[in-house]
Design a protein around this ligand. Structure first.
Ligand code: FE2
Length: 319
């Protein structure tokens, strides 16, 4: 279904003031989260958690595991960021020190939140160059996989790239774009763009795809699967196509999208008319997460063997 109807006056209202939380009409929320009593309207925790030596050891072990697989696979901006912020110095990083160092580089800070936070608050923080990071770390029992993003996923996976000036600007603009997507009721489409870039994106470097998505960077299996397995598609990113594409939240991705550069990503997203795009998008996804379509510039057409054999739940090998 194509949305061509004129928007009501309140939906056309635009504001560039990101100093206060946006007022969003209630009907855009489908599943509001329950805010814990001790966090503010901005969903920030009063302070960063004090981590135990066991917690710090979990960070160190996760860090060491990823560094076994990421050199040669992660993009250079991520590996440079890790070094600039000295994230491997031992233990869960202190957000105060991290924010100071990141602030000096690109003006971003890292703020602690208790859990996944509502979309409009998340966007508001990004628009103000604050990255909300989980104020907890996984346990030994959930060492290999957790669905809720913890401090390792958020800080190890996301924060290094915020040292890259272009990517840092992209993230801020993404936060600003969130507001518009909510007004057009096309959050799902913008969420797909986030998913296929910030969480599971690949980037060309020296004529080969490298990883920049935090969801891939923070786990060992997907870091290899995304680049080397025969199962998934690898397709050059086209924003209109990606925003129409479904995705998997609890398993390896059937398709990865590849960008030419962060400048390219910035130009393709920030510098285009999203009002027109939202009006042309239907309310649900058009393409399955494993689809290859005529307009795709395909680097690798996947066999989809892993998903056809049943994916994570079946114990299928990620080949
Ligand atoms: Fe994430």
């Amino acid at each position: 279904m194509t949305q061509t109807a004129e928007l009501p006056p309140e939906a056309r209202h635009e504001t560039e003031d990101f100093a206060t939380l946006p007022e969003i009409s209630r009907d855009v929320f489908t599943a509001p989260l329950k805010r814990p009593a001790h966090v503010g309207e901005d969903w920030l925790e009063p302070a960063q958690t004090r981590y135990t030596s066991q917690d710090d050891a979990i960070w160190d072990d996760l860090f060491a595991r990823q560094m076994n697989v990421l050199p040669g696979r992660a993009c250079s901006a991520m590996l440079d960021g890790l070094e600039k912020l000295d994230l491997g110095k031992g233990g869960v990083p202190d957000f105060g020190r991290l924010s100071e160092e990141l602030g000096a580089l690109t003006g971003w800070s890292v703020v602690p939140v208790p859990m996944l936070i509502p979309d409009h608050v998340f966007f508001w923080h990004l628009a103000n160059r604050r990255f909300p990071a989980g104020n907890f770390i996984r346990t030994r029992e959930t060492f290999d996989y957790i669905q809720e993003p913890d401090v390792f996923h958020d800080v190890f996976g996301h924060v290094p790239l915020l040292t890259d000036p272009t990517f840092a600007d992209y993230m801020q603009e993404y936060g600003r774009a969130g507001w518009k997507a909510m007004r057009y009721n096309r959050l799902k489409a913008l969420g797909a763009l986030y998913w296929y870039t910030v969480e599971f994106g690949l980037i060309m470097e020296n004529d080969a795809p490298r990883i920049f998505g935090a969801g891939i960077l923070s786990g060992p299996t997907e870091a290899i699967f995304a680049l080397e397995a025969q199962s998934p598609n690898r397709i050059m990113l086209n924003v209109d196509r990606v925003m129409r594409t479904d995705y998997v939240i609890d398993d390896l991705q059937p398709t990865y999208f590849v960008i030419e550069s962060f400048e390219y990503l910035y130009r393709q997203t920030v510098e285009r008319d999203f009002d027109r795009l939202y009006r042309s998008l239907g309310p649900s996804f058009t393409y399955a997460n494993s689809a290859v379509i005529d307009v795709d510039n395909v680097l690798h057409r996947g066999t989809q063997e892993y998903h056809l054999r049943g994916g994570r739940g079946s114990g299928a090998r990620p080949v």
